[in-house]
Design a protein around this ligand. Structure first.
Ligand code: FAD
Length: 335
């Protein structure tokens, strides 16, 4: 027989654990599936892949990413959440109770009246030679997270990408860098006119068109340069740089809900603005899986809190028999 839960949380980053803390304190006995290297991440999510986190409130000296997630996990358990180190492989959201299949199971293993999807996202990588060696030792996919780190201060940095996020990241990095080189594969920027013009006019930025990185070079412990290639002529080059920032997009972990929840054109779950509600009543989304703009631990935690409070209200209405099956048009997630 499947195990029934009032509410199941899928994902174990700041969003999932914050939801677990709130739902546990509300005596709803949430179950949290933390995953077994789901989507390539250990339980605890993206922060387990980094060292110092300096912008999470409450830690004036900073905190190690892994330590922060261990603390969140302990807090979830202390507040009454049950944590299972399992990956959810399949979901059926077509009717309530919602059905869940743990990895490897042929039959439904769990059912739930409400589900919170907090499966996160991952930054796209380029698989360059040297990338694994210098990842987090000069290579990053988050300027806001890592830009202020001492190894990047007053040093030349490289940003890869030609869209709005690349332009934003490059301009952000000018606060710390001696100079920022932006590598763009094509001969134009994809960024909006305003962002492109800000980037091109910036005295600390050089945009290298028709240029692609070919290798991350270093001294064995830290990145020192990026080898490049002209995408038209094939001519090889090298830019001395202590940092290499990827701004080539993220992939939200939405394969579980594809075809069941409304996703935007980039695959992010759409929520009703100002809430964590999806287009399926009783299903909520929190964290990077529904946020392509901020992608920070604190914003994920904040949306995990929203999802928990929305789920709590939904479960109360369900118990009172007032939850409606259909949403009104005004309540549909915005595109
Ligand atoms: C290297 C790096 C450094 C960063 N530094 C900072 C920083 O300094 N400050 C900051 O604010 N932010 C930082 N971030 C961003 C921050 O980590 C993310 O915004 C945040 O972790 C997103 O949280 P989340 O809860 O959405 O999910 P995630 O952290 O993405 O975690 C989701 C978890 O859910 C699990 N999961 C996925 N699918 C399933 C499934 N089917 N079943 C069960 N489990 C599943 C995954 O395995 C993962 O463990 C950094 C990110 C990276 C990659």
């Amino acid at each position: 027989m499947p195990e029934h839960h009032k509410v199941a949380i899928i994902g174990s980053g700041p969003a999932g654990h914050t939801a677990a803390v709130y739902l546990g304190r509300a005596n709803l006995e949430p179950i949290l599936f933390e995953g077994m290297m789901a989507n390539g991440f250990a339980p605890g999510g993206q922060l387990t892949t980094t060292t110092d986190v300096e912008n999470y409130p409450g830690f004036p000296e900073g905190v190690l990413g892994g330590e922060l997630m261990d603390k969140m996990r302990a807090q979830s358990e202390r507040c009454g959440a049950k944590i299972e180190t399992e990956t959810i492989e399949k979901l059926d959201l077509s009717e309530r109770p919602f059905k869940l299949w743990r990895e490897g199971a042929s039959e439904v293993t769990d059912t739930a009246d409400a589900v919170i999807i907090a499966t996160g996202a991952s930054a796209r990588r380029m698989d360059l030679p040297g990338e694994d060696k210098y990842w987090q030792n000069g290579i990053s996919a988050c300027a806001v997270c890592d830009g202020a780190v001492p190894i990047f201060r007053n040093k030349p940095l490289v940003v890869i990408g030609g869209g709005d996020s690349a332009a934003e990241e490059a301009i952000y990095l000018t606060k710390y860098a001696s100079h920022v080189h932006v590598l763009v594969r094509r001969d134009v920027l994809r960024a909006s006119k305003v962002m492109a013009s800000r980037l091109l006019k910036h005295p600390k930025v050089t945009v290298h068109f028709n240029t692609a990185p070919t290798e991350a070079l270093g001294d064995g412990s830290l990145l020192t340069a990026v080898a490049t290639k002209d995408t038209k002529t094939g001519e090889q080059g090298k830019i001395d740089a202590n940092g290499l920032f990827y701004a080539i997009g993220h992939d939200p972990a939405t394969s579980l809900v594809k075809g069941q929840l409304e996703l935007d054109s980039e695959g992010y779950i759409q929520t009703i603005p100002g809430s964590a509600e999806t287009n399926v009543q009783g299903v909520f989304a929190a964290g990077d899986v529904q946020d392509k703009r901020y992608r920070q631990a604190i914003t994920s935690a904040g949306s995990g809190c929203m999802a928990a409070l929305d789920a709590e209200r939904y479960l109360a209405e369900l118990e009172e028999g007032v939850a409606t099956e259909e949403r009104t048009n005004a309540d549909q997630p915005s595109k």
